[in-house]
Design a protein around this ligand. Sequence first.
Ligand SMILES: O=C(CO)[C@H](O)[C@H](O)COP(=O)(O)O
Length: 272
Amino acid sequence: MSSVSASQNLVESSKRAAARAAVDRHVNSSTKVLGVGSGSTIVYGFERVVELYKEGLLNKDLVCIPTSFQSKILITKAGLRCADLDEFPNVDITIDGADEVDSQLNCIKGGGAAHLREKAVAMVSKKLILVADYRKNSEYLGTQWTSGVPVEVIPFTYQTVIQGIKSLKPDSNPLSDFGVSGLGKMFDLSTPEVNLRIAVRKAGPVVTDNGNFVIDAHFGKILNPALLEIALKKMTGVVEVGIFSNVAQEAWFGNEDGTVSVRTTDLQNNSD
Ligand SMILES: O=C(CO)[C@H](O)[C@H](O)COP(=O)(O)O
């Protein structure tokens, strides 16, 4: 086996280990409404949900809420009940992947351009549990994941949002209108670098499940994710930002040695 495919296998097995372990811990017969995330890691987690369901270990009336077209297909192909937030606006638990998770459980999502629906589902979930391989485990956002913060925008505004993001400075203060000061630096790059995400097998930009564009914004090391999330969301035309600050309760990481670690908001129970 080439070293490239060996390392790819290691990544896949660590995704699978983390996702299955998180499902085994959190999805059970009392789960009635399950948020199903997007990306490649959640595929392993959802496979485990389907196994448990078929073994009769889950609620027979389990409802799954998709966070993207991709997860809708996963749910319907498995024959599980698929519904939307308009029918079930309260979710027991959501299991989802992440592009990077910091030491405080803030994360970047949207590598698959699904972060609007992912955040909408996460925000009404009693718990958001992240599942990821070891490459996503980070101290500061923007250090392991170097593809930028995904920002979903209304197409009409993409240039003005790009301009607005480029004009942010590390010490810009999105809360100055409220008389809040002394918040320090949000990020460490002197000028953010910003790109419109271009599709791979289609000419032109990526178009999200909601008909919008995605901008990837690079800030270097992100020192204050909550403040940067606010600064970006204030821009007219921004629909959602791929920074999830203070949303997740746990992150399960598959490690290179085959073990799984859990980072939780309850510091007593951290295993990493
Ligand atoms: O946020 C997401 C999609 O918008 C994904 O959850 C994130 O990109 C992680 O994907 P993967 O599990 O394939 O690494």
